[in-house]
Design a protein around this ligand. Structure first.
Ligand code: FMN
Length: 347
């Protein structure tokens, strides 16, 4: 029987999590036309809270209209949007579940269809390859951010983070993974800049560190988690170039800046061939809260915690398919299999 997974964990200034089960960020695309969260979205999250999930990390929430790239995703920019999320946070907090907002800038994984006609921004002028499944068009041509524009992007994140805390979220998760804006700076296969934000590893991680510094100045360090994905599935297994060097330098700087909570994602790849491998190498370097996962069995999750590799374990699709995930694993009952049709509605 799992012991550690269902045991409480405390985090400074955030408090107690009733267990170590985390609902991973999952974009669902059911926001209303003003990019507000709806009562259906409220029911979706409340049903997970009612069933004892330790921590919910919301779907990616767009920080500013210029940061969008997806159909019908929620934003956290206006008061109206903040109030729509406040209702969800209040509903979740009727139970013992904590909830973080995942804050998201798509960068070039977008198209001007989603950014009010303006070019999406990135570290580069080169578009992502392939067809955007959101609008069935090639990804839009991005515009490389100018050196003097970085601060305005940090301020967008900070505004959204402040709105999240105003709505009552227990914390924010800054999405630095999966090929979106921050990752477009870190990843040497994408970042082709010649200025102080490109070239060496130190330069490529500068955007992430300045962003974190700027957020910490505005909201402090205690309520910030960062999600990265050095090794993941992206049309096949994909790794950052110079992955371990980049990771070591990035973690050193994130730590020095004051970050204390990290999520290492491998998207939907095999955890043990990606994040699990990496975590075994960097765990000594990162003594702070570390979460990760991807469809782990309960025994595997328990083992990662017992071995001191993970503090909390994330599940995405299994919690989408089973709102009562924690109750089922407590009783050792079988989980319903996820299938793609479940993406089509908010269950
Ligand atoms: C429908 C769906 C939407 C997702 N959207 C996001 C997202 O908005 N942000 C994010 O960081 N990851 C997103 N992911 C990735 C998940 O957070 C998770 O890392 C991935 O599903 C692997 O975990 P699993 O194998 O337990 O599902 C999404 C995954 C799914 C299935």
């Amino acid at each position: 029987m799992s012991n550690k997974l269902l045991s409480e964990i405390k985090i400074d200034k955030i408090g107690s999590f009733q267990n170590r089960v985390v609902m991973s960020a999952m974009t669902r695309g059911f926001a209303d036309k003003n990019h507000c969260a709806t009562s259906d979205i409220l029911n979706y999250y409340e049903s997970r809270a009612k069933n004892d999930i330790g921590l919910i990390i919301t779907e990616g929430i767009i920080i500013h209209p210029s940061a969008d790239g997806y159909n019908n995703v929620p934003h956290l920019f206006t008061d109206q949007q903040m109030l729509s999320w406040k209702k969800i946070v209040d509903a979740v907090h009727k139970y013992k579940t904590k909830i973080y907002a995942q804050l998201w800038h798509c960068g070039r994984i977008s198209h001007s269809d989603y950014t009010n006609g303006i070019d999406p921004v990135s570290s580069t002028n080169n578009p992502a390859t392939g067809i955007n499944r959101q609008n069935q068009k090639p990804y839009g041509k991005p515009r490389a951010l100018k050196t003097n524009e970085m601060e305005s992007v940090y301020n967008m994140f900070a505004h959204s983070a402040e709105m999240a805390l105003k709505a009552g979220f227990d914390g924010v998760q800054i999405h630095m993974g999966h090929g979106y804006l921050v990752d477009q700076f870190i990843d040497g296969n994408i970042n082709d800049r010649k200025d102080k934000y490109g070239g060496s590893i130190e330069n490529r991680i500068r955007f992430a560190i300045e962003l974190l510094d700027s957020l910490i100045k505005k909201i402090g360090n205690e309520k910030i988690m960062v999600r990265i994905s050095p090794s993941r599935m992206m049309g096949g297994l994909y790794e950052w170039p110079e992955m371990m060097d980049t990771l070591e330098k990035l973690l050193k700087e994130l730590d020095a800046a004051g970050l204390r909570q990290l999520d290492i994602s491998c998207a939907n790849s095999n955890y043990f061939e990606t994040s699990g491998k990496i975590i075994r190498q960097i765990k000594k370097q990162w003594p702070h809260l570390l979460i990760g996962g991807a469809s782990l069995t309960i025994d595997e999750a328990e083992n990662e915690i017992t071995e001191g590799l993970l503090d909390m374990v994330t599940w995405g699709r299994a919690i989408l398919a089973n709102p009562n995930f924690v109750k089922l694993i407590e009783k050792k009952l079988p989980l319903k299999e996820f299938n793609n049709s479940m993406r089509e509605s908010l269950i």
